[in-house]
Write a protein of this length. Structure first.
Length: 229
């Protein structure tokens, strides 16, 4: 991702750590705070969010042109995981247009969804998704609410968000971005190997840098109940 941004003139932000919470898996909520910080800073352009297990496979893709052609949308998601439900999305990659009122509203509502969770629930959560609502389901409920409540003054919320087909989306698993999610993977090293092989087969990265420039990958054991997920 950093290489693509460097080659194509995009600003790249990477955060390692936990913005809010008591367990390492709560880093899944970092996106909420990163988006809110950009909004509060006055950012008025597109933001493409990607999970740590997502990567770009085409260094020449015209991402700026893609966003320019879709400037009428407040956000772009990989949806339709459930047929007939466009807002059933994969949150591992999505784009928000902070120049659009519904893009800004999305960020505010996403942030509020987390802030509304009582502190004792956040601090007491041990298991992801069982003890606390997960980040993807938060978005699902928000988008579902947008579709059902037109009090925001829009004739159709569907006109403000673009829901691309899952596995065909530009902003998620599709022709431009790939993601190696947990469920089909045997273990952590298997995911790393799958990503490395796919990247090697698509990009000649040796033209840009040596892999020796990168620090070793780290894997934290999650057998202890306080960090299990």
């Amino acid at each position: 991702v950093g290489l693509f941004c460097h080659l194509n003139g995009f600003k790249y932000i990477k955060y390692i750590g936990v913005k809010c919470g008591t367990n390492p898996w709560m880093a899944a909520y970092n996106r909420i705070f990163l988006l809110k910080e950009l909004l509060d800073s006055g950012h008025k352009d597109w933001v493409l969010y990607m999970d740590a297990d997502a990567y770009m496979t085409d260094m020449d893709f015209d991402l700026a042109g893609y966003f320019t052609e879709r400037k009428e949308y407040g956000g772009i998601f990989a949806g339709h995981i459930t047929e007939g439900v466009p807002y059933d999305i994969n949150s591992g990659g999505f784009a928000i247009n902070m120049a659009h009122p519904m893009g800004r509203q999305f960020v505010q509502d996403y942030y509020q969804s987390f802030i509304d969770i009582p502190d004792d629930v956040i601090n007491g959560a041990v298991f992801w998704e069982r003890d606390i609502i997960n980040d993807q389901h938060m978005i699902y409920l928000m988008l579902e609410g947008y579709f059902k409540d037109f009090s925001c003054g829009l004739s159709s919320v569907g006109e403000s968000f673009l829901f691309e087909r899952t596995n065909e989306a530009i902003v998620n698993n599709g022709p431009f971005i790939k993601q190696v999610i947990r469920s089909p993977s045997i273990d952590f090293n298997g995911r790393i190997d799958a990503m490395s092989k796919d990247i090697d087969s698509k990009l000649n990265l040796d033209d840009f840098f040596s892999w020796n420039d990168f620090p070793p990958k780290l894997h934290f054991d999650v057998s202890h109940p306080r960090i299990n997920s």
